[in-house]
Design a binder for this molecule. Sequence first.
Ligand SMILES: [Mn+2]
Length: 424
Amino acid sequence: MRHPAINPSFYEKNRQAILKDMQLGSVAVIAANKNFLHNADSIFPFMQNSDFLYLTGLHDDECILVLEKNKQGDMHAHLFLAQLSKKEQIWHGNRSSFEEASKKSGLSKIRPIQEFEETFHLLAIEAKTLYLYDHEHPHARRYETAGSLLLEKLLAAYPLHPKKRLAALIHRKRMIKTEEELWYIEKAIAISLKGLEHVAGRLRPGASEYALEAELSYAYLKEGSLGFAFQPIIAGGDKSCILHYIKNWAVLKEGSHVLIDSGARYGDYNADITRFFPISASGRFSARQKAVYQAVLNVKTQAESLLAPGLSFATYKKKCLIFMCEQLLALGLFKDLAAAKKECAQYFMHGISHFLGIDVHDVGSMQETMQAGMLLTVEPGIYIQEEGLGIRLEDDVLVTATGSKNLSASIPLEIDAVEEMLNK
Ligand SMILES: [Mn+2]
């Protein structure tokens, strides 16, 4: 077994929490993702709908979950699951059997997908409110999914029912991580550390970004990870100023540097870590690299020290920008603080934090104040285009009852520790 399955009681708890928030006399429905064709007869690697995963733990396509809360407050969950034909099974194996699906998800009412329409209709006719699912993410683009097709169909079939947003209910829960989830995330972080340690010994002039990607992948997979949480950014030299550089095809030069933004995926959870390394035969930072690195590190330390329940994200972001401006000024990049505040985005142009979880850019609202159990990246960066020098440092930090805990604190960060890692 590559990794232990989450106990089905986790999914049962998640369903109960959603049912509890639903109105009396309502029905909610959410579909699994479908497979996507990319070319000819090849399909993209399957990624489950994260919200569906959160409620079921199932990695099957072609299934639908229905949550029912009747007028008396009785609550039921129904799963509709497709099976492949004998002929299809020869090529692909089967989807989860009803028994396997029940064991993984803790669901007891499982029926063939063909029964969905009729069963749902009977429940909908009795219900006052329908909770329908749409893919809601601040950075999402609209495209056709099993979910979007089902949504269109149900909106047309039940035009007179009041509708509510199921995703909004689920995202409020996913924003707060449970112990089960943190166990997987800490595992993903531990594997990411092994990956970086493995790669650190190979960071020398002449090494290629793609070979480092291969080494990182090797270390992740060998440890039982599902591989990269996202396409890794292995950006040498001036590529470090390209925020989402994923080509990874250049060769590292003496006196240069490399920025590695990567994380392992373990079970259904992710790590997201960024580190920066000098590339030189001596395995040491240059004076300029040191100065800019320390400036980024100072912002990171200051940002992390703010994290605590009750802090608003707006205040957090505003304060972090001031920390950044002070560092940019100290580096001599601006003539005064007013100029730094006005043009800060010239050197730091992305967000300082995002939620992390089942998705790398996980769901959650930054209009809320911080709460214990939120998991955030803290990732300031300074990108000096004219010098071809981009430095970002990123850790995964949990907001706790008393402040915060850096879950990736074991990954070398201070300049001395990074040089030691390179010279091991
Ligand atoms: Mn990140």
